[in-house]
Ligand binder design. Structure first.
Ligand SMILES: Cc1cc2nc3c(=O)[nH]c(=O)nc-3n(C[C@H](O)[C@H](O)[C@H](O)COP(=O)(O)OP(=O)(O)OC[C@H]3O[C@@H](n4cnc5c(N)ncnc54)[C@H](O)[C@@H]3O)c2cc1C
Length: 366
């Protein structure tokens, strides 16, 4: 049985892992965080949770629809979220475009966005195949002493940070990168600089690196605010009548009333995303400074001038693909290394799922 290491437990990694496991491969997933989901993330607070990464997802591809409809327990987790109130606001919070017609359903996972990936990874967790708190630092190709020039007898060893320790985990036939493009590039480059890659494989990995260089990704500063003072009998909320808006404000591009999502609890909470340009310009600013600027912009847009009881910012360094690669995965036959993730074909959850699935089917077909 072929052993495959999958780096990253976001949607792409889990989609690839499930498919490979079903096809009879021995998979192991390495995830640097304490749980699965990646950018399908949920942050708890005393006032209820926030989906501070993905806001909602759509189901356009029949393969994604099939997984949602057929993996037991999934349809109970995915609920439609009525966002008919989407409007575009100008700098002063005035509506400058009529609400969009309800074209397609927007879905959220309950109780939080991370629940979907966590549900799908559970059978692999139950078999002990998922390693959390395990950041892959570098990979090393190991050739057999008896046959040093045969790529066929080569295996991969992962060097993994586990708490204070760095451990070497040998014996993988293939490596699947399911991580954002800059992190994937850095990991490959670092391994090459450390001379851990056999010279015969360097050109294949260089080719992957060159492909990754074509992809452009933007960061996103995200603000989460809570107003428990608004949740009194007879006062459903303190802000505007709409729940979701796109905005042309120079700081903010998206606002959503978190408490309008199904199963999210009634305490008034908003998740606010800064635009890609502003996020890039302020990427290294202190979080308190970013928070103050975004709260001010939020007040300008919504008219909510009350200080939030709860306010936190989160910086996503690699949030959104601006220019995707244009093909669903990368795979090199001689090194047996592949990449998947949203950045191959888009910037959405569904793209990550399709990418992971496509790479897994390619590997299974070898
Ligand atoms: C703020 C924001 C809003 C978004 N809004 C939407 C939306 O409304 N709708 C939508 O469809 N999509 C949205 N997206 C995009 C969506 O989140 C992504 O398309 C999708 O989640 C990407 O999944 P992935 O598996 O490719 O990557 P990720 O979810 O990034 O998963 C990668 C995983 O790899 C792990 N990892 C990284 N490096 C290592 C390493 N060296 N070792 C071990 N583990 C590692 C990470 O911890 C992470 O868990 C949004 C994203 C952000 C950030």
């Amino acid at each position: 049985m072929k052993n495959i290491a999958i780096i990253g437990a976001g949607m792409a990694g889990v989609s690839a892992a499930r498919t490979l496991e079903k096809a009879g491969f021995a998979v192991q997933i390495f995830e640097k965080s304490r749980s699965a989901g990646g950018r399908m993330a949920t942050r708890e607070s005393s006032y209820g949770s926030f989906d501070h990464g993905v806001q909602y997802f759509t189901i356009r591809d029949p393969r994604f629809a099939q997984a949602i409809n057929e993996v037991p327990g999934t349809s109970e987790i995915c609920r439609p979220w009525s966002t008919n109130a989407v409007r575009v606001l100008d700098e002063l919070g005035r509506v400058i475009e009529a609400p969009l017609p309800a074209r397609e359903k927007h879905f959220v996972a309950v109780p939080g966005m991370s629940s979907l990936v966590q549900h799908w990874i559970k059978p692999l967790e139950d078999q002990g195949l998922v390693h959390y708190h395990s950041q892959v630092l570098q990979l090393e190709s190991v050739h057999s002493e008896a046959n040093p020039n045969s790529a066929k007898s080569m295996t991969w060893t992962l060097h993994v940070q586990k708490g204070e320790k760095i451990v070497a985990i040998p014996g993988f036939d293939s490596i699947v990168f399911a991580i954002p493009n800059p992190q994937c590039r850095a990991l490959i480059e670092h391994s090459m600089l450390q001379k851990l890659i056999h010279p015969d494989l360097v050109s294949s990995l260089q080719a992957i690196k060159h492909q990754i260089d074509l992809v452009v990704t933007a960061p996103c500063w995200t603000l989460m605010v809570g107003y428990p003072q608004a949740s009194q009998p007879g006062i459903p909320h303190i802000g505007p009548q709409w729940n979701v808006a796109k905005s042309t404000h120079h700081r903010i591009s998206w606002l959503a009333r978190e408490s309008s999502k199904p199963g999210k609890g009634h305490i008034e909470r908003w998740t606010i995303q800064a635009g890609p340009e502003w996020s890039k310009e302020h990427l290294e600013d202190d979080p308190p400074r970013v928070k103050a600027k975004l709260i001010k912009a939020f007040a300008e847009l919504t008219g909510i001038r009350v200080e939030p009881t709860h306010s936190v910012v989160h910086r996503w360094r690699y949030a959104k693909t601006l220019t995707p690669l244009g093909q669903p995965y990368l795979w090199t036959e001689d090194a047996r290394v592949g990449t998947c993730g949203d950045w191959h074909i888009g910037h959405r959850v569904e793209d990550a799922f399709i990418s992971g699935l496509s790479l897994a089917l390619r590997i299974a077909a070898v």
